[in-house]
Design a protein around this ligand. Structure first.
Ligand SMILES: NC(=O)c1ccc[n+]([C@@H]2O[C@H](COP(=O)([O-])OP(=O)(O)OC[C@H]3O[C@@H](n4cnc5c(N)ncnc54)[C@H](O)[C@@H]3O)[C@@H](O)[C@H]2O)c1
Ligand SMILES: [Fe+2]
Length: 385
């Protein structure tokens, strides 16, 4: 039977990062390995984190060798940094990439073994690791929900597959809107569409439960109401605060898995390096359109959450309006509408390879709203070109 657990202690509010040091000290931790990326460091986001640790006498070292769509060698580099520094706990600071890399470090450093590849679900020899170093997660984007999710997404650079690493739910998530206040607009846009994708995929997922739907419902409402403002409105700070919490709530909704949008977008990012939220934003409307009739009753429920007046509307019509609304939002926040856009670079000749990758690399299709054949997946990719 399904189960639902809220297992992450979640601290939130303007300035709450100041509590990091005392919270770590209270748990008895002495030395943090901060896992992050160069963009976070350059944005000055580490300053308040280090100041809080310093204030409580908690030592810290920094590993900032993470890139978007983080890879197995990047995780292994972090494990080596953990060993060299003598750190006893991990703090992931950044978007999903840095937090996922931190999760990988926390698992591999605790489990031992030569390489984190051993712990990849679907590719490793130990797909259900059962030990991890203590882990704090501090998101600086409003999208992935990685700070409360049980999985990390790690790319194998040999196959380009994005694999899941499981059993790595953080102990503590710290959501401080001050840390995301200066997030560049294109990152706000892409990560916000990732969060919307989580909530919609969770809502229509056949494994959904009353609990996951409760979170998905609230997340869809909040993201629909605040994402445009967060990207380019006059009240950016207020809207970004809503988005930070909404992305976390969307993360709570995805515990029963995601669907074909993520299954297909992971291949695009694994092969072409496309930002995760951009690939999802392009594919979301296409997957919903492809399964429009099948999903009509559920999209009728989603329509008002997105601000569509669906009163008295037939389900089929509401389902079309939801697709149109997703496209309008994506266009307004200036995300490309096609995978063939030069910034993404997918070609028609890529389709067969990408479908093959999607079918071979994904545990994620288990939760797809409707079973899809290779022909279906190819048709969805082609519709997005
Ligand atoms: N574990 C999960 O549950 C889960 C869920 C969804 C996605 N993901 C994964 O998360 C990754 C994507 O994460 P993301 O979309 O958050 O982006 P990201 O972590 O890849 O970051 C993108 C860029 O934004 C910069 N950045 C982040 N925050 C900033 C800020 N506040 N100010 C300035 N620059 C900032 C980073 O330096 C980086 O260059 C993908 O690998 C995806 O597969 C994981
Ligand atoms: Fe995602």
């Amino acid at each position: 039977m399904p189960s639902f657990a809220l297992s992450v202690e979640t601290v939130f509010g303007d300035g709450c990062i100041a509590e990091l040091g005392q919270r770590a000290k209270a748990k008895g931790y002495k030395h943090a390995l901060i896992v992050t990326d160069p963009g976070i460091k350059a944005a000055g986001i580490l300053d308040s984190i280090m100041a809080s640790l310093d204030e409580q006498g908690v030592a810290h070292s920094v590993y900032d060798n993470v890139t978007p769509n983080p890879t197995v060698p990047e995780v292994d580099g972090g494990v080596a940094a953990m060993k060299d520094s003598g750190a006893d706990f991990v703090i992931g600071v950044g978007g999903g990439s840095a937090i996922d890399a931190a999760k990988g470090v926390a698992i591999t450093a605790a489990m031992g073994g030569e390489t984190s590849k051993m712990y990849l679900f679907g590719a490793g020899t130990v797909p259900f690791p059962n030990q991890r170093k203590p882990l704090f997660a501090i998101p600086t984007t409003c999208g992935t929900g990685s700070e409360i999710s049980p999985a990390a997404v790690i790319t194998d650079p040999e196959t380009h597959y994005k694999h899941l690493m499981l059993n790595c739910t953080p102990d503590v998530a710290i959501l401080d809107p001050n840390l995301v206040a200066k997030m560049p607009a294109p990152i706000t846009a892409a990560t916000g569409m990732d969060a919307l994708t989580h909530a919609i995929e969770a809502y229509v997922n056949p494994g959904n439960t009353p609990f996951t739907r409760m979170f998905a419902t609230r997340a869809i409402q909040q993201i629909s109401a605040h994402l445009r403002q967060a990207v380019n409105g006059p009240d950016r700070p207020g809207a970004i605060r809503h988005m930070l919490y909404a992305a976390d709530i969307a993360g709570q909704s995805m515990s029963q898995g995601l669907g074909q949008v993520h299954g297909l977008s992971h291949v695009v990012s694994g092969r072409l390096g496309t930002a995760h939220g951009v690939a999802n934003a392009i594919l979301l409307s296409q997957v919903l359109e492809y399964h429009n009739e099948f999903l009509a009753d559920q999209l009728l429920e989603i329509a008002p959450l997105m601000g569509i007046n669906a009163h008295g509307m037939a389900a089929k019509q509401a389902a079309k309006e939801v697709v149109a609304q997703v496209r309008a939002l994506r266009d307004e926040i200036k995300i490309p509408s096609k995978l063939s856009d030069p910034s993404v670079g997918m070609k028609e000749s890529d389709v067969a390879q990408f479908v093959d990758d999607a079918q071979k690399s994904q545990g994620i299709f288990i939760a797809a709203p409707k079973a899809a054949t290779a022909e279906d997946l190819a048709a969805i990719y082609k519709s997005a070109l």
